[in-house]
Design a protein around this ligand. Structure first.
Ligand code: 5GP
Ligand code: ZN
Length: 111
């Protein structure tokens, strides 16, 4: 967990382009955006992935999902956006600290 890059971002040890922060969650722009707008929402408390979540994470999971459209709108994505949560190696996850990608502004895209 000490090696977790997103925990280091939460701790301020690695810089990020922050969009939003409160006591439970942090939102920042992805360092390698795949679309004109690409940011992610993370819980501040480390949890590796959606697969490691349990009922104690219910509130923070709800908070992440409710913030997604609010922050997306603020980033100019009032027309819509994609949310992606990669889970586990088989799901293409590369950073093992739960994160919700919010992606948009690149025109329509099939799933
Ligand atoms: P995953 O494949 O785990 O869902 O996505 C990890 C994402 O984290 C990638 O889109 C990658 O660009 C992003 N990322 C990795 N390291 C950093 C970093 O140090 N800062 C920021 N802002 N994003 C990062
Ligand atoms: Zn972490």
């Amino acid at each position: 967990m000490n090696d977790c890059i997103f925990c280091k971002i939460v701790a301020g040890e690695i810089p990020c382009r922050k969009l939003y922060e409160d006591e439970d969650v942090l939102a920042f722009h992805d360092i390698h955006p795949v679309a004109p707008v690409h940011f992610m929402l993370i819980p501040k408390a480390h949890v590796a992935s959606l697969a490691e979540c349990d009922p104690s994470h219910r509130d923070v999971l709800g908070k992440l999902l409710l913030l997604a459209p609010k922050l997306a709108r603020e980033q100019g994505l009032g027309d819509g956006f994609r949310t992606v949560i990669n889970t586990g190696r088989g799901g293409g996850q590369e950073v093992f600290h739960l994160h919700v990608h919010v992606i948009g502004g690149g025109g329509p895209r099939p799933l």
